[in-house]
Ligand binder design. Sequence first.
Ligand SMILES: Cc1ncc(C[n+]2csc(CCOP(=O)(O)OP(=O)(O)O)c2C)c(N)n1
Ligand code: SF4
Length: 299
Amino acid sequence: MMPSKVVPLKEISRVELVSKGHNGCPGCGMCISLRQALKGLGKNTVLAIPAGCVPVVAGGPLPLAGLSVPTILCSFDATGAFIAGIEAALDLKGRKKGVNVVGFAGDGGTADIGIQALSGAFERRHDIIYICYDNEAYMNTGIQRSGTTPYGAWTTTTPVGSLKHFKRESKKDMPRIVAAHNPRYVATASIAFPGDFIGKIKRATELGGPSYIHVHSPCPVGWRFPPDKTIEIARLAVLTGMWRLFEIEDGQYRLTLKVPKRKPVAEYLKLQGRFRHLTPADIEEIQREVDKLWEAQPA
Ligand SMILES: Cc1ncc(C[n+]2csc(CCOP(=O)(O)OP(=O)(O)O)c2C)c(N)n1
Ligand code: SF4
């Protein structure tokens, strides 16, 4: 296994493949994920994006918005099938060399409705890169719960009134589900660690897929925090152990960021309105679960 290399900040590409003036919300973590991902991928990339917030950025009014790579808007449930088909067609025409075929989909489009197409594409071992931006809910249609919404969170389908109906189920572990397909590469990433994220994207492009990268992407609108806190919250997710940075290359696991002394999860939770209703006992419960998960997983 060759570990991915953290790209030093001054070596990150200055080329902007996401246009200025797009329609994404201020402080949107998904927009930052997309911008960072494309800096790692470069312009020889074909992108498939399903319904969700990402088409808002890719398909705004010209000439203000758009992406400077060929992009196809695919159906919500079929990102995996679209990129598999694009890759097969490029191969047939002898035009695949040097081209990254990439799906960039939300957690709803990946962990819930798109999981079958993703699983099929990975089982058939297509040379593709699938990036899931995880804003932990269906944001574009109004903040509904998804399989990756964490335990304890308010969403419009896990509402909190006098009865506390917050999300009772834990976060679906999508990277491990994909890892069970034995792809070339699986990694998690965070927009607060762009050098690590871009290094992992580059590793995926070198390997020749299938590769999967799951990037944690805070959403100020759905998580209820001011737009200037996006990176602070993304960083706290990692430093509290709520989000873990690792990679698995050809089955070999490696933690890519060691956190010697994790901060209390309360520091992460208290900055977000979606967790405002939690009692100290609820927070202790979340802390216990994070500790258990951290101890159970390889270091
Ligand atoms: C088959 C199908 N079902 C439902 C929808 C409606 N829909 C559009 S975007 C979306 C939510 C997408 O959520 P996610 O993938 O998490 O991306 P986000 O909106 O958070 O960016 C839904 C349910 C659709 N377009 N197609
Ligand atoms: S709702 Fe959230 S994910 Fe969607 S564009 Fe706005 S900040 Fe980004």
